[in-house]
Write a protein that binds this ligand. Structure first.
Ligand SMILES: [Zn+2]
Length: 232
């Protein structure tokens, strides 16, 4: 009876006993899923880890579906990570540090410089200098006399170029924010599901413990009564 290996009650394959889980240790909701799939479960039956993880995923899938309808791509990623036991955050964290192309780097640098005090002050100095030189005609003959039509052209060209550069940089920032919030959502959902599972497990253990206590108490009462009967 007590061999080192046991057969899985679901897939029938043989595994080392230490790597398997007793069906009695599964939470009632997961057991319900296994029974619903048409498997016979003895209380002392064993189930392999792969199957246990699969049924746990099925149970969580049904739980999520019943709560909010169709599952999103993110929900499925979280369920996959719960089934495989791999951390869910790492997968996204890796893609956040993707190498940027030269154009993206340049756009980021320009957008950063365009939004700095150095740019504003430098630009104000150039503007005032341009206007002052052209009004006074001090160093050379005015090349852009009042009302500075050439300056107007330079300014509008600069604005026309700056807008798409800023938008490029913003789009990348938004993409990063989206990934970060997706990551947060996944971690939170996984934590919520894990905590629910822990609650189920603790409830199961508490119920067992009460059962055991009640049995011990009944035995003690029986022993006491037997002792009194034999004495009396
Ligand atoms: Zn199995």
């Amino acid at each position: 009876m007590h061999s080192d290996t046991g057969a899985c009650a679901v897939c029938g394959k043989t595994f080392p006993r230490a790597s398997m889980r007793s069906v009695g240790d599964l939470t009632p909701s997961i057991r319900a899923v296994i029974v619903a799939e048409g498997h016979q479960l003895e209380p002392d039956a064993l189930i392999c880890r792969t199957d246990a993880a699969r049924f746990r995923r099925r149970h969580l899938e049904e739980l999520l579906q019943s709560e909010r309808g169709a599952l999103t791509r993110l929900d499925k990623v979280v369920l996959d990570s719960l089934q495989s036991g791999l951390p869910v955050a790492q997968e996204v964290g890796a893609s956040e540090d993707e190498p940027r192309s030269f154009g993206e780097k340049a756009a980021d640098a320009l957008a950063r410089f365009g939004g700095s005090w150095a740019f504003i002050i430098g630009f104000a100095v150039v503007l005032v200098g341009w206007m002052a030189l052209n009004v006074t005609g001090l160093m050379f003959r005015a090349f852009d006399p009042y009302p500075f039509i050439l300056l107007n052209l330079v300014l509008s060209s600069l604005a026309a170029l700056q807008a798409p550069i800023i938008m490029m940089s913003q789009r990348r920032q938004e993409e990063k924010d989206r990934q970060r919030s997706e990551n947060d959502y996944k971690v939170n959902l996984k934590a919520e599901l894990e905590i629910r599972h822990l609650h189920d497990k603790i409830d199961l253990h508490l119920a067992r413990q009460w059962e055991r206590l009640a049995t011990i108490q009944r035995l003690q009462v029986e022993l006491l009564e037997d002792g009194r009967d034999s004495r009396g």
